[in-house]
Design a protein around this ligand. Structure first.
Ligand SMILES: NC(=O)c1ccc[n+]([C@@H]2O[C@H](COP(=O)([O-])OP(=O)(O)OC[C@H]3O[C@@H](n4cnc5c(N)ncnc54)[C@H](OP(=O)(O)O)[C@@H]3O)[C@@H](O)[C@H]2O)c1
Length: 322
C-alpha cells in the first residue's frame, strides 16, 4: 500500500445493499508479476449480489464464514494499466484492458491489482470501457456451452440475462443449432443474437416443441430437469446455473456424476485467464458482443445492486467508476 488513496465500495458485512459504503482507502500497489488497472467500468452481477447476501449459505466457506473476506466486491473490470509490478513484460502502462477478478473481486474501486497472467486481456480496438465489462455472465455460460460441437442442438432457457445472452452467442460460435426461450419483451433480442428459433415462454409451452436437444441449458434458474426431460435427446445433458428447486440440480448432478453420466450438470466455471483471451478473440472477430442494460455511477451502486436483485435485468448492468 502507499500513501495514495482511492475511492472504493466497501462491504464489511453480509446483508442488503444498504451495508455498502463508499470510502477512501489506500490505493493498492502491484506486487511482483502483477499489474494495476485504473478501473473505468465494472458491473454489478449475480455473483456480486449472491456474495453480498452470502447466498447460498454454504458459499461462506469460500467467501468468509462470519464476514466477507473480500471487502471490495466487483468481478468485472475494464480500464487502463497504470502501474506494472516487477517482471511484467506482457502489458505496458496505458494499455486498455478488460477482464475478471473471480477469486479476489475488488473491481468496485478506482484501482485494482491482479496477476499479469490472470484473467486480463487487451480490449479490442475502438470498444469503449463500458462495453468491455462482459466477463462474468459469459464465463458462467461458457462452462456449459463449451461442451457443444458443430451441428449439435441446444436449447437455452432464459436467454435474456447476462448468462443467457452470452450463451446464445457462445453456442453459435461453437457451430450449434440454438433454440432460445424468452419472454415477449426479449423475442427480438434473442433473434438478433443469432438464435435459430425463438420461443415465447409467456404464450407457448416450451416443453412441447416437437424437437429434442443434445443440451438444455437453464440459464436463469426458472425451470428444472424434470420439466425439461421430454426435450432431451438420448444422451442429452441438462445444465443449470442455479441449485434448482429443493437443490435438485445439485442432488441430481451428484447422482449422475457418481454413475459416470453427465445427464445433469451444474458446472463451476474454470480457466478464467484462457476464457478472457477467448472472449477478446471472439469480440475482435465480431462473434461476441455484450448486451447491456442500465449504467449507474459508482456513488449509486446500491441502486444497481437493488435492480440486479430483482432478476429482471437484460444482460449486464454497468457501474461507471471513472
Ligand atoms: N450464485 C452465484 O454466484 C451466481 C452467479 C451467477 C449467476 N447465478 C444464477 O444464474 C442465473 C442467471 O443470472 P444472470 O445474471 O444471467 O441473469 P438474471 O438477472 O438472473 O436474469 C434476468 C433475466 O431472466 C429473465 N426471466 C425472468 N423470469 C424468467 C422466466 N420465468 N423464464 C425465462 N426468463 C426469465 C428476465 O426477463 P423476463 O422476466 O422479461 O423474462 C431477465 O431478462 C440467476 O438465476 C443467478 O442466480 C448465480
Amino acid at each position: 500500500m502507499t500513501s495514495e488513496t482511492m475511492k472504493a465500495v466497501i462491504c464489511e458485512r453480509y446483508g442488503s445493499p444498504d451495508v455498502l459504503e463508499i470510502r477512501t482507502v489506500p490505493r493498492p500497489v502491484p506486487a511482483k508479476g502483477e499489474v494495476r488497472v485504473k478501473v473505468c467500468a465494472s458491473t454489478v452481477n449475480r455473483t456480486d449480489t449472491a456474495t453480498l447476501r452470502a447466498h447460498p449459505f454454504f458459499a461462506r466457506a469460500m467467501t468468509g464464514l462470519i464476514r466477507p473476506k473480500m471487502q471490495i466486491l466487483g468481478m468485472d473490470f475494464a480500464g487502463e494499466i497504470d502501474m506494472l509490478g516487477d517482471g511484467v513484460t506482457t502489458f505496458a502502462i496505458g494499455d486498455r484492458v478488460f477482464g475478471m477478478s473471480p477469486d479476489m473481486f475488488g473491481a468496485h474501486a478506482e484501482y485494482l491489482c491482479l496477476p499479469a497472467n490472470g484473467a486480463i486481456a487487451k480490449i479490442p480496438e475502438n470498444l469503449p470501457f463500458h462495453q468491455a465489462v462482459v466477463g462474468e455472465g459469459a464465463w458462467y455460460a461458457n462452462g456449459t456451452t463449451q461442451v457443444l460441437s458443430e451441428g449439435q442442438r441446444c436449447l437455452i432457457y432464459g436467454a435474456s440475462g447476462a448468462i443467457g445472452t452470452a450463451a446464445v452467442q457462445l453456442a453459435k460460435a461453437q457451430g450449434a443449432y440454438v433454440v432460445t426461450v424468452v419472454g415477449t419483451r426479449h423475442m427480438d433480442l434473442a433473434a438478433a443474437l443469432g438464435a435459430d428459433r425463438v420461443v415465447n415462454y409467456e404464450t407457448q409451452d416450451f416443453t412441447a416443441l416437437g424437437e429434442t436437444f443434445d443440451l438444455v441449458f437453464d440459464a436463469v434458474g426458472k425451470t428444472s430437469f424434470f420439466e425439461c426431460r421430454p426435450l432431451l435427446a438420448k444422451d442429452g445433458i441438462f445444465s443449470a446455473t442455479d441449485l434448482g428447486p429443493g437443490w435438485s440440480n445439485i442432488i441430481l448432478g451428484s447422482f449422475y456424476g457418481a454413475t459416470g453420466s453427465k445427464r445433469v450438470r451444474v458446472p463451476f466455471p474454470e480457466g478464467a485467464p484462457g476464457f478472457i483471451q477467448k472472449l477478446a478473440n471472439l469480440m475482435s472477430q465480431g462473434k461476441f458482443q455484450g448486451v447491456f442494460d442500465r449504467r449507474y455511477p459508482m456513488d449509486k451502486i446500491t441502486d444497481a445492486f437493488r435492480y440486479v436483485e430483482k432478476g429482471q435485468k437484460t444482460g449486464i448492468v454497468v457501474v461507471d467508476v471513472c
